[in-house]
Design a binder for this molecule. Sequence first.
Ligand SMILES: CCCCC/C=C\C/C=C\C/C=C\C/C=C\CCCC(=O)SCCNC(=O)CCNC(=O)[C@H](O)C(C)(C)COP(=O)(O)OP(=O)(O)OC[C@H]1O[C@@H](n2cnc3c(N)ncnc32)[C@H](O)[C@@H]1OP(=O)(O)O
Ligand SMILES: Cc1cc2nc3c(=O)[nH]c(=O)nc-3n(C[C@H](O)[C@H](O)[C@H](O)COP(=O)(O)OP(=O)(O)OC[C@H]3O[C@@H](n4cnc5c(N)ncnc54)[C@H](O)[C@@H]3O)c2cc1C
Length: 633
Amino acid sequence: MKCYPVPRENLVLSIDNLKDDIPEEYLSHKECYENVIRKGSVLYDIFSELSKDRKHKAHQAPSNAYRISDGIMQNVNPFLLHFALFVPAITNQATPEQQAEFLKHGFGIIGTYAQTELGHGTFLRGLETTATLDLETDEFVLNSPTLTSYKWWPGGLGHTANHCVVMAQLYVKGKCHGPHLFFVQIRDIETHEPLPGLKLGEIGAKMGFNTADNGFLGFHNFRIPRNNMLMKNSQVLKDGTYVESKNEKLTYGSMVFVRVYLLSDMAYMLARAATISVRYSAVRHQSHIKPDEPEVQILDFVIQQHKLFISIATSHAFKICGLWLWQTYSKVMEDIGKGSMDRLPELHALSCCLKTTSTRDAGWLIEQCRLACGGHGYLMSSNLPSLYTTATAAITYEGESTVLLLQTARYLIKSWKRAMEGESLPATVSFLSEYFNKRYNKWENTPKGIVDGLKLVVAGVTKMCAESIQKHVSRGQQYEEAWNSSSVQLIKASEAYSRALLCEVFWFEVDKVSSTLSNNLAVVLKQLAELYITYWALEKRGDLLVYTTISKDDLDKLQERYEELLALIRPNAVGLVDSFDIRDEILCSTLGAYDGRVYERMMEHALKSPLNAETVNQSFHKYMKPVILKHKI
Ligand SMILES: CCCCC/C=C\C/C=C\C/C=C\C/C=C\CCCC(=O)SCCNC(=O)CCNC(=O)[C@H](O)C(C)(C)COP(=O)(O)OP(=O)(O)OC[C@H]1O[C@@H](n2cnc3c(N)ncnc32)[C@H](O)[C@@H]1OP(=O)(O)O
Ligand SMILES: Cc1cc2nc3c(=O)[nH]c(=O)nc-3n(C[C@H](O)[C@H](O)[C@H](O)COP(=O)(O)OP(=O)(O)OC[C@H]3O[C@@H](n4cnc5c(N)ncnc54)[C@H](O)[C@@H]3O)c2cc1C
């Protein structure tokens, strides 16, 4: 076995045929895909070797290990779904024997997670793909009965994967048992040809993610062994007996894994955007502050600091909360392994709202970083446009944001009702029980005071939702209708909950570790945490005025403190993004390179445009010249 020296970054980045002669943005859709498969296969080979001595762990904590691919495949790695969902679905949903069987080829197979269909993405109970047990042959027969039942969107499905985990409606003896997962080979390992009975292809160009190879898949009487249903949670026995799962939602467990993961993922996306835009803002001189002095670094404009420092702070907030959420996830998975499902609803609710807030915030903050770089931020060579289109896809995939926030709202309303009945609540929602006692507490202009205030907003809005639902029901609506009528407020309750969680976890985790840090580091981290909390207190001042005793004077003082924090962070701003320690080869940005040679890099990159290969493009002679000459007076 070849032994690769570590660290992986040096190894990977030293491989010549992983570099592009022509920037990706100048390749065709097809060339882009072929190029990314070329590079991805080299990486796949390296990681396969490196991972040989490591068993597939059911759940790997968020790490930056797979981040090297972001530099090599600036768009998206078509093998990502293999690691992000295919393997976790098998390790999370298959029996140990099935895992041994399905994963025996290790990296010899490439998989994806095929759940979404042309007609259904959110409403999983409405999925149309069927898996019908054939008792005689001990097989399942997979079918796509309608066009809308075609699997549509799974990453890597078009041309990359040769296996997938398929979510299909399970039918046994004429009875439907709802969505279940199945291990399915879709291409021949040797020839890569689609297997008979399948229709496979790629879904076409997208706003971004164009190397993810999102595909479609239709089944026509496609047979798989009965044992290919992932049977850790529910089983179908040889005689057709269906054994129910202890909780049917365990089937949805792989989605929870990725939602939890995405918080850390967004921390990293934001770290890259912040590094690019802050470094550029330190290099770019434009305009004056004092008329009689030279043009200033645009980073000296306080409004530029206001645009950018929140991204530095948010990246840390997501990283710290991502680790906190990962610990919760690991604990709940451990409990489930011991047969206790008690905390699954709480984990689902937390992962839904935190995935939504982190992906939405990453989207608009990356866009804010781009806009803060002026025209040069609009260049593909800045890498900010690609970061934006990649990050914003996550607002939709793995659970569309509106839908997930409504799931969290379900949990908040249930928790509110339990609180009103005097029941004890999990720590993450116990503040709901204290609402009436704390509603009129004197406002404190401290990070803890703000966190308490944001929690009062959550409780107040949740109370308002519960009352709204009750009002609609009393006017004759069914509960589900009343829920729909109140959904604007329900979304607000979940958003407020997510923000309060992020502020609380960020502040208290930083506060907890600060005594273990060097004084300077503790001071700067606390400044970032306080900036984050104060920023959101000011953004949510309306809600705080309604649900807490905060005064105009308190808000004025918060605004003053916020501007003080910007000034305190300014001297460390470049150091803070340098500490994200993202190498140029992974940052892939003419504006954000460590050496600050922005203009030289921009020109070097521009000259790589195929259009600059000649001084006069052939279109002049073919098209323009005849018209110019014809109309020449
Ligand atoms: C080298 C290692 C690398 C590892 C890298 C890892 C990650 C990398 C990071 C980022 C990149 C990752 C991936 C790459 C890019 C793209 C991947 C995208 C993949 C996909 O895009 S993949 C498809 C995702 N597609 C969805 O996300 C569908 C959303 N739609 C649903 O999720 C459901 O459809 C729902 C919930 C809307 C309605 O479902 P429903 O109608 O059946 O339920 P309903 O509302 O009626 O009831 C609700 C009751 O179910 C409980 N409940 C529901 N869901 C639960 C769950 N998950 N867990 C536990 N409990 C759950 C509730 O708590 C409640 O409980 P209660 O009743 O007690 O309130
Ligand atoms: C880049 C990308 C990669 C993807 N990769 C994969 C993959 O690898 N595997 C896979 O299986 N899927 C994948 N998906 C699909 C993704 O999971 C779905 O797009 C997502 O779940 C949303 O479903 P939908 O697109 O059908 O939208 P719909 O469910 O049709 O929702 C459309 C809109 O309707 C509204 N809506 C829907 N339901 C409700 C409700 N109950 N209450 C209120 N409003 C509602 C929402 O506003 C929503 O935005 C990917 C998608 C993208 C964009």
